[in-house]
Each structure stands twice: as structure tokens, then as C-alpha cells.
Design a protein around this ligand. Structure first.
Ligand SMILES: [Zn+2]
Length: 280
């Protein structure tokens, strides 16, 4: 090989190694944070699981100011299985909430509703096992609805408002569009879209990739381009588990169906509209 050819190869290699020319991000690019399964604990439960006087200790600070991944982990147990080493996030909150993926829910054998963080009424149950104790959580397990945290200045720049729903397109190797992504605006929020591991895996999305807001609608407005099929439950005895996923939805059940007391409670709490209909 002559000297000229070698120099060309060296230059090509150097060009590969140099950072690519920065492309200015378009103003509506939203960094994506992928939330792995995690647990928020109220202080009383921290002590019940980790011992009297125990507090959560910081392992790593998270993008949202003040939030951290704790050193502490717990085992989450359901009727069909359990998941070890589920990370606790701090600081302690006023109520215990567990956010898992749909895949996790299948492994545990529970049916958590798709919810916004903090809305745990009538959500799924599980057992938490810690090094110094365990507890049965009657409710608190949810699958988190995709959402975007942002400060008021971001909202203004993006032309969106708190509580609005938007669609977000992620143009990766397997392009995917998320619908019904809720905008959450607060002074202390750092611009970031939160999705869970199932959603990330569906679109081959990695931590720190970005998505683009493509449409918006105000909370409570119907989608014109999205008609969901009717929800039907075909059991004669309907339990709370059957209905707990359908907050605010209309659910069609057989005319002769009977509800358990807990199911009746869930229907009321979750504002589910039941339609009894004759089997054709
Ligand atoms: Zn979030």
C-alpha cells in the first residue's frame, strides 16, 4: 500500500471519529425518559419494610429536581409471581404507589389500571416484601399513562397547556406515535417525556432519544381520529378485577350479569358506565 492510500485511510478514520456536525434540535423535540418499574413509599411503609426509624438513602438523583433513585429495593409479589429488586424512588410521598409495565403485571398476575401518577383509587393490589417486614397493599399498583413534564416557559414555547393531551411521534428504527400523552406543567419540572419500558421497547427507544409533538387536544375533548372498540365483559359474575382498568369508560355486560360488592364499589369510584345488554 502506498503512502497516499494510507493517508487517505487515516483521514477517513479520523473523520469517522470526529463528532458529527450538531444539528440544531427543532423547538418541539422532547427528551424521553424511560421509567423502569419503581415504587414510591409513604414514610410509615418505609419503616414497616426497612425497620423502625429507617429513611430512604440517595443512590442517584433523577432528572426531575429533588427526585432520586434510592439504594432501597423491594420484592413485589402477586398471585402468579414476584419481581425482585424493584427500585424505590425518593423522597417518601404521602401515599404508596407502584408503577409497573403491562408485562410485569402479567408476570405478577394482576391487572393494574392505566393511570396518571397519584390516581390510585381502586387500583391493583400486591404484597411488598422488604428486609425487615412486609405489607399487603390493597391498592396502589398502576401502569403509568405516558406524560410530559415541563416548566411554564416550555409550555409557552411548545404552544401547549397543563392538562392537554398530545400525540408524540418518535422517529426511530421502529417509528411509533404515542397518543393521549398528558402535558403536566409545573415551575419545578424539567422538560421530559416519561414512558414505561413496554412503550420504549415497542419503539426500540433508548433513554435520551427525543420525540416530536404532532397533535394536541384539550382535556376532555373527544378524539376525532381515534375510535376505540366497545369494551365488553362476558362474565355472569363481575369482579372488581374485571372492571378496574376501565376508569371513565362505558363497559357492556350481559343482561343477567351480577356484580360483587367490590365491583360495585369500583364502578362507582371509577365512574364506569355499565350497559347491560341482551345476548343476541
Ligand atoms: Zn413523570
Amino acid at each position: 500500500m502506498n503512502e497516499h492510500a494510507i493517508i487517505k485511510i487515516v483521514n477517513d478514520v479520523i473523520a469517522e471519529l470526529l463528532p458529527k456536525k450538531e444539528v440544531a434540535p427543532t423547538p418541539n423535540e422532547i427528551p424521553i425518559g424511560i421509567s423502569a418499574r419503581h415504587i414510591h413509599l409513604q414514610q410509615e411503609h418505609v419503616e414497616q419494610l426497612f425497620g423502625k426509624g429507617a429513611t430512604l438513602s440517595v443512590k442517584k438523583m433523577l432528572a426531575q429536581p429533588g427526585q432520586f433513585a434510592a439504594h432501597e429495593t423491594l420484592q413485589v409479589v402477586g398471585p402468579k409471581g414476584s419481581i425482585q429488586n424493584v427500585r424505590v424512588l425518593g423522597p417518601a410521598r404521602t401515599f404508596t404507589q407502584i408503577e409497573i409495565s403491562h408485562t410485569d403485571a402479567i408476570a405478577l398476575g394482576i391487572q393494574p389500571p392505566l393511570r396518571e401518577s397519584g390516581e390510585i383509587a381502586g387500583s391493583a393490589s400486591c404484597i411488598l416484601v422488604g428486609p425487615r417486614g412486609s405489607l399487603i397493599l390493597q391498592e396502589g399498583v398502576i401502569i403509568a399513562q405516558a406524560h410530559i413534564h415541563m416548566a411554564p416557559a416550555d409550555a409557552q414555547q411548545l404552544g401547549v397547556q397543563n392538562g392537554q393531551y398530545v400525540s408524540v411521534k418518535v422517529q426511530g428504527r421502529r417509528p411509533i406515535t404515542f397518543e393521549q400523552v398528558k402535558i403536566r406543567v409545573a415551575d419545578h419540572y424539567h422538560l421530559e417525556m416519561h414512558i414505561d419500558t413496554d412503550e420504549a421497547n415497542a419503539g426500540f427507544i433508548q433513554q435520551g432519544e427525543t420525540g416530536t409533538i404532532i397533535t394536541g387536544k384539550m382535556a376532555g375533548e373527544p378524539y376525532n381520529n381515534f375510535v376505540s372498540p366497545p369494551i365488553e365483559i362476558n362474565h355472569k359474575i363481575i369482579t372488581a378485577n374485571d372492571v378496574s382498568r376501565y376508569q371513565g369508560e362505558t363497559v357492556i355486560v350481559p343482561k343477567e350479569a351480577r356484580l360483587t360488592a367490590l365491583a360495585k364499589e369500583a364502578v362507582e369510584k371509577l365512574e364506569i358506565e355499565l350497559q347491560f345488554h341482551e345476548k343476541g
